[in-house]
Design a protein around this ligand. Structure first.
Ligand SMILES: NC(=O)C1=CN([C@@H]2O[C@H](COP(=O)(O)OP(=O)(O)OC[C@H]3O[C@@H](n4cnc5c(N)ncnc54)[C@H](O)[C@@H]3O)[C@@H](O)[C@H]2O)C=CC1
Ligand SMILES: O=C(O)CCC(=O)C(=O)O
Length: 477
């Protein structure tokens, strides 16, 4: 649905925005129109309505699971609880999952789920009933399973909901040996993997850190290389935003503004994300944080002068109306779809580097992939090799010490001897994935100077990979 506003400005639905970016990028690929149509299409849309008891009333819940692509299985993507959920939104998010998985070489098709509810309006008991009933609906239609479709957390959901999904699945499908792989983002003792909770925010940090280390890119923006001293603004203090803010702060950046739905706080000297979170937990809001100024309107935070702006809440927060006022040099899309196509054009024309969602927030699905592999292999990462590596390292060290007659310090000994734990391997895999993907996307731009922005380059990378799968699979029957 394309609508025209009073200012004669075209606005697009979220799914249309994704299609528009896809069409722009597909011109730089060699695929015939049939393949492009197949890549673009949402393969399966499951819209459901089901009743739940809320107090003395019966409420009918609207929910979706969209499988955008089946070129690789299982399908993969989070489940969102939000009042804004609608079919178009879930289709767009599912499509982004397809391209995201392709960019970071995670062998899944794209999917997404959404329930049109505001979780704040329900008790935990009611949320459990809603989550379990939704899972049962997915089971009924074979829309969930370790080899079929594997949900994960997204906006408004987390480890608690993933546990309920797992338990419902196991109850309805008893005896499946790989059942724990039916959902990711689970707590550790239910088959989760160390590092998934922080994975998306940490991936955002790794991706932007790598960009900031590229001298030519920083020269173009008139910024020094590195993260230290960079002024950062983060919108959304949930799972993704909080962790992104924390890693930037720990690396020496100044997190000068944090934005939430009910307010925004500013401190030119930098805010400590952990302290802000404690304050929010204690008072219910980030507002009135000691030493910080409350902004008059939360959206004003998006327009403050900064080096890196990280929208990590919801889509369409920067559009044709406010994009011209955005002063950030780099926008890191931690959320899915935070910029409209109009905003993209305005910011590109201003020379802003927009690091696109489908690359930058792929850390979550990357570590979900590690969790899924762990569930299928039924063994913790590091369990087999850690002690062997440690013993070998200690032995090598003592041979070197004997040969040189010199001793290393206890601190160095501990560091060198250390065998990799699960979390070390997960972080290493995530860092490698984000760095490799950034350079792959950037290389696409270097190889083709007609590609002017990273979003288009990322789409070209994704389209080429998904296109190759479809071409090689052939057409059934
Ligand atoms: N959780 C994950 O692993 C992944 C999440 N994402 C995307 O990241 C974004 C955030 O997701 P999560 O952090 O998981 O959600 P979350 O539910 O943990 O946190 C969202 C935060 O945004 C805040 N918020 C809501 N409206 C706002 C507004 N108007 N202004 C400022 N803040 C507002 C909420 O109060 C909440 O603190 C979503 O777009 C999601 O699709 C993307 C990849 C993976
Ligand atoms: O971890 C996953 O499987 C998917 C996370 C997600 O929903 C996203 O990347 O948007």
């Amino acid at each position: 649905m394309v609508t025209t506003t009073a200012q004669e400005q075209q606005t697009y639905s979220f799914f249309e925005s994704v299609e528009k970016s896809f069409d722009k990028a597909s011109k730089f690929t060699k695929w015939e129109s049939g393949i492009l149509e197949q890549i673009k299409a949402c393969n399966a849309v499951y819209r459901m309505k089901f009743p739940v008891r809320v107090g003395n009333d019966i409420e009918v819940i609207e929910a979706y699971r969209v499988q955008h692509s089946h070129h690789k299985l299982p399908c993969k993507g989070g489940i969102r609880f939000s009042e804004e959920v609608n079919q178009d939104e879930v289709m767009a998010l599912a499509a982004l999952m397809t391209y995201k998985c392709a960019i970071v070489n995670v062998p899944f098709g794209g999917a997404k789920g959404g329930l049109k509810i505001n979780p704040r309006n329900y008790t935990p008991f009611q949320l459990e009933a809603i989550t379990r009933r939704y899972t049962a609906e997915l089971v009924k239609k074979n829309f969930i399973g370790p080899g079929v479709d594997v949900p994960a957390p997204d906006y408004g959901t987390g480890e608690r909901e993933m546990s309920w999904i797992l338990d419902t699945y196991i109850s309805l499908r008893p005896g499946e040996v790989d059942a724990y792989g039916c959902v990711t983002g689970k707590p550790l003792h239910l088959g989760g993997v160390r590092g998934r909770r922080e994975a998306t925010g940490l991936g955002v940090f790794y991706g932007l850190r790598e960009l900031c280390n590229i001298k030519e890119e920083m020269d173009r923006l008139g910024l020094p290389t590195g993260i230290e001293g960079k002024r950062v603004i983060v919108q959304g203090m949930g799972n993704v935003g909080y962790h992104a803010a924390k890693y930037f702060h720990e690396a020496g950046a100044k997190v000068i503004c944090l934005i939430e739905w009910d307010g925004a706080i500013f401190n030119d000297q930098g805010l400590e994300p952990d302290e802000v979170l404690k304050h929010r937990n204690a008072t219910g809001s980030i507002k009135n944080f000691p030493g910080a100024v409350d902004l008059e309107k939360n959206t004003m935070g998006l327009e403050l002068d900064c080096d890196i702006l990280i929208p990590a809440a919801l889509e369409n927060v920067i559009d044709g109306k406010n994009a011209a006022n955005v002063k950030a040099r780099i926008i890191g899309e931690a959320a899915n779809g935070p910029l409209t196509p109009e905003a993209d054009e305005i910011l590109s024309a201003k020379g802003v580097i927009v690091v696109p969602d489908m690359f930058l927030n792929a850390g979550g699905v990357t570590v979900s992939y590690f969790e899924w592999l762990k569930n299928l292999s039924h063994v913790r990462y590091g369990r087999l090799g850690k002690r062997f590596d440690e013993n070998m390292n200690i032995h090598i060290l003592s041979v070197i010490e004997d040969m040189t007659g010199k001793k290393v310090s206890d601190k160095e000994r501990k560091f060198i001897a250390h065998g990799a734990d699960e979390v070390d391997l997960v972080y290493s895999g995530l860092e490698e994935t984000m760095i490799t993907a950034l350079h792959e996307v950037r290389q696409k731009m270097l190889d083709n100077p007609e590609i002017k922005d990273m979003r288009t380059a990322a789409y070209v990378c994704a389209i080429d990979k998904v296109g190759a799968s479809y071409e090689q699979l052939g057409i059934f029957p």
